[in-house]
Design a protein around this ligand. Structure first.
Ligand SMILES: [Zn+2]
Length: 273
């Protein structure tokens, strides 16, 4: 993506074929999609229109989503850390059958199964799909031409802990070369008032570009820039930005803006060659 003339993330998203139809302030969301070219990986981000898909209240995070294939959807108990869980079927190269392995936390058939703790999932092949739930944290999809993919729950604490870098490293361990990233709806800088002390920690790690101001002029964190810096630090490339603020855009759930408990999800999966 060679566009450097504009800082508008919305225009960036509109250039992406297959981007969905979020409408700022509206309620007409249809899920955002990203098909990173040449990777056989697909990602989708839901919003309010698709309903509450958090772990506790949704046994099938892929239900009623057009053109999302049948997969064993794997999820995590997210804790804002940097732990990466690799799907069991990604570990044995070439062994991509859909066998269930509860001890690995893979191929769980529902929320009642043992759910591993972590904030990033990595997989390959067509058996397992990956799910991350968010309200204002950044849902980041990672993909490689080798068909290795990841789903990352990236809030500021997880980013400080290195969750994006750890996910990319885990992908490389499985044979990924070039890795591209896509970021879905998350809270944007104009809405993300932040403490001075916490901000200085994030700036120390990722540089002054992550500091900003809210619409009202208060100290703020630019979470998108933070994720972008983490992606860069891992040697990967941010190739897609949904350009949607979960706080501004009422077609998303927002914990911060509306104290909502509901969650949207990002699904990431691979398709056959
Ligand atoms: Zn906003």
């Amino acid at each position: 993506m060679g566009t450097t003339s504009s800082t508008s993330r919305r225009s960036f998203a509109e250039k992406e074929p297959g981007a969905g139809a979020f409408v700022a302030g509206g309620n007409t969301l249809s899920a955002l999609r990203w098909n990173p070219p040449g990777t056989r990986v697909k990602a989708i981000w839901t919003g309010r229109a698709e309903g509450d898909r958090r772990l506790e209240s949704c046994s099938d995070p892929a239900s009623n989503l057009a053109s999302v294939p049948q997969r064993a959807w794997m999820r995590l108990r997210q804790v804002h850390g940097a732990r990466v869980v690799v799907a069991g079927d990604a570990l044995g190269a070439g062994d991509l059958q859909g066998g269930s392995c509860p001890d690995e936390g893979g191929a769980g058939r529902g929320a009642g199964d043992a759910i591993p703790i972590g904030d990033a999932l990595v997989a390959a092949g067509v058996a397992t799909g990956l799910v991350v739930a968010t309200a204002d944290c950044a849902p980041v999809a990672l993909a490689s031409r080798e068909g290795i993919f990841a789903a990352v729950h990236a809030g500021w604490r997880g980013l400080l802990a290195g969750v994006v870098e750890e996910a990319v490293f885990a992908m490389r361990d499985l044979g990924a070369g070039e890795v591209v990233a896509g970021i879905g709806p998350c809270i944007h800088v104009e809405c993300y008032g932040f403490g001075d002390r916490e901000l200085s920690e994030v700036v120390a790690r990722f540089g002054p570009g992550v500091a900003g101001r809210t619409a009202g002029g208060a100290v703020a964190l630019d979470l998108v820039q933070t994720a972008r810096a983490a992606v860069g630090a891992a040697g990967a490339t941010m190739a897609y930005d949904a350009g949607v603020c979960t706080a501004c855009d009422k077609s998303c759930f927002s914990h911060r803006a509306r104290k909502e408990l509901e969650r949207q999800v990002m699904l990431v999966w691979g398709e056959g060659p």
